[in-house]
Design a protein around this ligand. Structure first.
Ligand SMILES: [Zn+2]
Length: 296
């Protein structure tokens, strides 16, 4: 069955390049993504919308449109910030039609968009929220090191609202079923119980490999709580991606939406990369997408 994939861009944003590349020296990563005058690199916030039968599913949601000027300046959101009303209108959709929202984890740049406007109302009031219970528990008791990545008052706000409406599906365990044809695996290096949703065509990889430039196993983020575990997570997921021949969807790559993975003499590389220009208006069908001219 064909399903339609649409990439939505709540905004671009910038983070410190050193923190994004962990132990990798700047002369190496700066060749792949050049830093600005504050040493920040520009990235996308990419939500994935999947349309199938009568379901409209959204994976991850950006930072939200209510964070305020100081926040927007710090992360360079302001000029590219769009609301989900605007993003969905481009595809003749409304946020009330969204049936399911999946959060890979609760860092602010992935879940903030579940609230909107100054009243902080639910962006997708009719959706079921799919969230891993253990990631939520971690967000409530983070370490001193990752506390700044969780806006717990917002998280408890939308989780509470969904719970009250009985529209909350707690995910449990190391892997399992989410909704439609989507299942999940977990990984724990970036944050405990980050989930990776996948079907027979693709995996949305969240912060396991945030951009195509992070493909090499040791190129893991300084933000990761357990970077050594992240390299182990990757090895396991890489083998799975190759075995199933899945597209890997990047959440933070400015240029590339997705790519397939293969082994090379030393390590791994992405190929058949789909760039955001090649996928016309960010709408694409993975199994029919012409990838021949996208090979890099
Ligand atoms: Zn994260």
């Amino acid at each position: 069955m064909n399903q339609k994939y649409i990439c939505l861009y709540p905004s671009r944003f910038k983070l410190d390049g050193g923190a994004m590349f962990g132990i990798i020296p700047k002369p190496l990563w700066n060749k792949r993504i050049p830093a600005d005058e504050y040493n920040r690199i520009e990235m996308s916030l990419r939500s994935l919308l999947i349309q199938r039968d009568n379901k409209i599913i959204i994976i991850d949601s950006g930072c939200g449109d209510y964070q305020g000027q100081k926040f927007n300046e710090r992360f360079a959101l302001a000029s590219t910030l769009k609301s989900f009303d605007q993003l969905l209108a481009q595809h003749q959709l409304k946020r009330e039609q969204v049936s399911d929202v999946i959060l890979t984890h609760l860092h602010f740049d992935h879940c903030g968009g579940l609230l909107c406007g100054q009243q902080l109302e639910l962006t997708f009031p009719n959706a079921t929220l799919h969230l891993h219970r253990r990631q939520y528990q971690h967000a409530q008791n983070p370490t001193a090191r990752d506390k700044g990545s969780y806006q717990i008052e917002h998280i408890e706000n939308f989780v509470g609202q969904y719970e009250k409406k009985d529209q909350l599906h707690w995910l449990e365990g190391e892997n399992g079923f989410i909704v439609g044809d989507l299942n999940f695996q977990t990984c724990h290096g970036h944050t405990p119980y980050q989930i990776l949703p996948y079907n027979s065509e693709m995996m949305y990889g969240a912060d396991l490999v945030p951009t195509a430039h992070h493909v090499d196993l040791p190129w893991v983020m300084g933000y990761d709580l357990h970077p050594g575990k992240s390299t182990e997570d990757r090895l396991e997921v890489y083998q799975f991606l190759i075995e199933k021949n899945l597209y890997y969807i990047f959440d933070h790559d400015l240029e590339f939406i997705a790519g397939r993975l293969r082994k090379k003499e030393r390590g791994f590389e992405f190929y058949q990369l789909i760039s955001s220009q090649q996928a016309s208006s960010e709408e694409f069908t993975l199994n029919s997408f012409s990838v021949s001219e996208c090979d890099k």
